[in-house]
Design a protein around this ligand. Sequence first.
Ligand SMILES: *Cc1c(COP(=O)(O)O)cnc(C)c1O
Length: 360
Amino acid sequence: MSRVFNFSAGPSALPEEVLRQAAGEMLDYQGTGMGVMEMSHRGKTFMGIAAQAEADLRELLAIPASYRLLFMQGGALGENAIVPLNLLGARTTADYVNTGHWSMKSIGEASRYATINVAASSDDRGFTYVPPQSSWRLSDDPAYLHICTNETIAGVEYQWTPDTGGVPLVADMSSNILSRAVDVSRFGVIYGGAQKNCGAAGLTIVIVRDDLLDRALALCPSAFNYRIVAENNSMYNTPATYSLYIAGLVFQWLKRQGGVAGIEARNKAKAALMYDAIDRSALYLNRIAPADRSRMNVTFFLRRDELTPVFLSEAEALGLAALRGHRAVGGVRASIYNAMPLAGVEALVAHMRDFERRHT
Ligand SMILES: *Cc1c(COP(=O)(O)O)cnc(C)c1O
């Protein structure tokens, strides 16, 4: 067996320890004589798995007691519709900050249910930065303000948390949740699919402040109604049991890495290594404003574009997989989520240096 360094943007690499543990427990979970995906979500064993995952994630993110942690399905794109259905209440307008591809997806979906005010947009410079809060224009009485804290495709990340006063701040954190410390109390809702930084696809993590649980529109489907899901401990209907189990193993692994503080220090070092290699080179170019560069998705272009396919195929041959940039932007994208070891980034940087030396 030989495993590659997998730079996939999502679904993405999992810690090898987690995969080994899951493999070991596949046929017989801790003496139950059955695998986790075969057992009832209402049985004692699975309820224990879910409770432990919840407790660990609460500890990792220091989620205050006044917030509910929901394990849902439908991914971030599902949440794009579920957020307005749950939060509009008597209001009709919601504010969105547009920093790129995933922000636009959120806006598009929400505009089916609400009047959208785009409070700020970085489209004037090709979505290469986060508009400073001083430039935001909020509407009079929005139901909430929505941001995407890490634009996975372009590689743009908030390095700060907006202050929206009394307006609930809603964040799509699909691609940077658990990668860095966040003050949950600054947010009304945080959501994200598990498949980037927390495990396998199928599970959506939602953190919602208690006082926002009574604003759902009557037409909101029950299985996607935050209050109903919260009151049923995320078991109103069958949750994505196996994905939840895997996420639980990832949370335990994260605790062994020193929690969010430990992994954040490692993530900073990995990102610094990547951007340093790009900035020191005459061949590679990153187009994102330095202050807003993502620690999770490092994008770059080769100044000689005809070399990009050569760079990628040589990388593949070296066991550096899934580096092709998103089809909408091209170039190269290295997604270096929590599970990417420093050694993977070092191997990529070595390839970049060697490639540049041979081609210039
Ligand atoms: C991957 C991603 C999405 C899409 O998530 P799905 O789980 O496929 O719905 C949305 N937003 C961001 C920021 C992402 O990285």
